[in-house]
Design a protein around this ligand. Structure first.
Ligand code: NDP
Ligand code: HSE
Length: 450
């Protein structure tokens, strides 16, 4: 056992940082035994130094994060501030001054991961970021290391705890969107600005990181197709239920069949209740990885929150410290395939479309013609008359076969398509909007997992 302690600078002491400091203190002996050297919390940088922080020696607190990372005696910097700046400059400065870095900052890694990896390599230091994707779930290291000998073709899953918590509450307890978001925020799941969660930016950042590692390429957050959950209504969730489905915010990263490009997307989708992702509740995350030799792997666990995230940070801290003791470094960036990222229009998927239409003869034929013109095949159509009062269905119009139209006034038409390119599906919706008999497109959602 080496006696000189490894010194750790903690940047940020909020939801995650507080738990990192607590575990470092309470498990100090075990961590030392596992690393082969004691680990010492040498400084804690925060924005508001006068705030009382239970369990933290006040003499360690500073508001000058830059001075802390420049000290020269720091072995590892743990960045849990979040956001792009000052986190990016602090991490780069840490490398320049000889420290390895552990970060939970998916926004920064998705924006500028390659530059950070390059800086780590230049100064011969480690950059680890398990906590940046899916909270406590070991996912980055399995993709970076355990599956480094296999060929990953697809990564699909729920990677944002806040939105899964909101959708789950709306679905299972009938909670309102705002009420569920407030609860997720109080529980420490949401980002400092929860827009990052509900508009899909956080999941898109994670998708960019996952796609980059899985396909050994570079994917920036701006190349990820992104839709959040702010437009998902209680009616969408009820409609999904009627189809034996639930609504989840999914991140899907795929290698094209010809292997020459990749896609990465984040959007709400209906998935069958029988699919394993349908039973992922509250702030849990779950990710499927499909690899050529391994087949299908599933990773599941708490996707957000201080303590689960700190577990992932501590795992990285131990790894970086072990590397320092062993005078080595872990894996750097692997982006040799340089695969281009294809646009969303190339993705092949299914749509669930709810239309408000005039309830009169010929409407269904008009709607079906639009789908046929765009080469989109219809799987099922359900019509619900607005005049029936009870809201009962008045006709199951088509399931590959015959058609019936009845009633007058307004009706709601729910169309589920077979798989088609996303460009054709959005072209169909655009053309439907132009029909006089289509009063409105109430909702459009992709259907996945069948
Ligand atoms: P918090 O907002 O709870 O904490 C942020 C911390 O950073 C606070 O201690 C804050 O200081 C400090 N800080 C902010 N700006 C500065 C600055 N300029 N200089 C020094 N310190 C600063 O965030 P979280 O702990 O929730 O998240 C931290 C990181 O972990 C983010 O990147 C987030 O995306 C990521 N993450 C979070 C998860 C979660 O469940 N919360 C899960 C996985 C990853 P002060 O306390 O004085 O305000
Ligand atoms: N806000 C993020 C989430 C934290 O809800 O998933 C974990 O990355």
């Amino acid at each position: 056992m080496r006696t000189r302690p490894l010194k750790v600078a903690l940047l940020g002491c909020g939801v995650v940082g507080t738990e990192v400091a607590r575990i470092m203190t309470t498990h100090a002996d075990d961590l030392a035994a596992r690393i082969g050297a004691p680990v010492e919390l040498a400084g804690v940088a925060v924005r508001r130094p006068s705030k009382v922080r239970e369990g933290i020696d006040p003499s360690l607190i500073t508001s000058d994060a830059t001075a802390l990372v420049k000290r020269g005696d720091i072995d590892v910097v743990v960045e849990v501030i979040g956001g792009i700046e000052p986190a990016r400059t602090l991490i780069t400065t840490a490398f320049e001054h000889g420290a390895g870095v552990v970060s939970a900052n998916k926004a920064l890694l998705a924006e500028d991961g390659s530059a950070l990896h390059a800086a780590a390599e230049k100064y011969g230091r480690d950059l680890y970021y398990e906590a940046a994707v899916a909270g406590a779930i070991p996912l980055v290291r399995p993709l970076r290391e355990s599956l480094a000998g296999d060929k990953v073709n697809r990564v699909l899953g729920i990677v944002n705890g806040t939105t899964n918590f909101i959708l789950d509450k709306m679905d299972t307890s009938g909670a309102g969107y705002s009420e569920a978001l407030d609860e997720a925020t109080a529980l420490g799941y949401a980002e400092a600005d929860p827009t990052a969660d509900v508009e899909g930016f956080d999941a898109a950042a994670k998708a960019a990181i996952l796609a980059g590692i899985a396909f050994h390429t570079r994917v920036k957050i701006g190349e990820v197709h992104r839709e959040g959950i702010t437009e998902v209504t209680a009616a969408d969730i009820a409609s999904a239920r009627r189809m034996g489905c639930t609504v989840k915010l999914l991140a899907i990263c795929e290698r094209a069949a010809d292997g020459r490009s990749v896609t990465a997307r984040v959007h709400p989708a209906m998935i069958p209740l029988s699919h394993p992702l349908a039973s992922v509740r509250e702030a849990y995350n779950a990710v499927f990885v499909e690899a050529e030799a391994a087949g299908q792997l599933m990773f599941y666990g708490p996707g957000a929150g201080g303590s689960p995230t700190a577990s992932a940070v501590l795992g990285d801290l131990v790894a970086v410290c072990r590397n320092i003791v062993g005078a080595t470094t872990g894996p750097g960036e692997s982006a040799y395939t340089r695969l281009p990222v294809s646009p969303m229009g190339d993705v092949v998927t299914r749509y669930h479309i709810s239309l408000d239409v005039a309830d009169k003869p010929g409407v269904l034929a008009q709607v079906a013609t639009v789908f046929a013109e765009q080469d989109v095949s219809i799987d099922t159509v359900r019509q619900q008359s607005r005049n029936s009062g009870s809201g009962d269905e008045v006709g199951i119009e088509q399931s590959g076969g015959g058609r019936r139209v009845g009633g007058s006034g307004e009706a709601s038409l729910v169309v589920v398509t077979h798989r088609a390119p996303d460009a054709a599906l959005s072209g169909t919706v655009e053309a439907l909007r132009k029909l006089d008999t289509v009063r409105g497109v109430a909702s459009i959602m992709r259907v996945e997992g069948e």
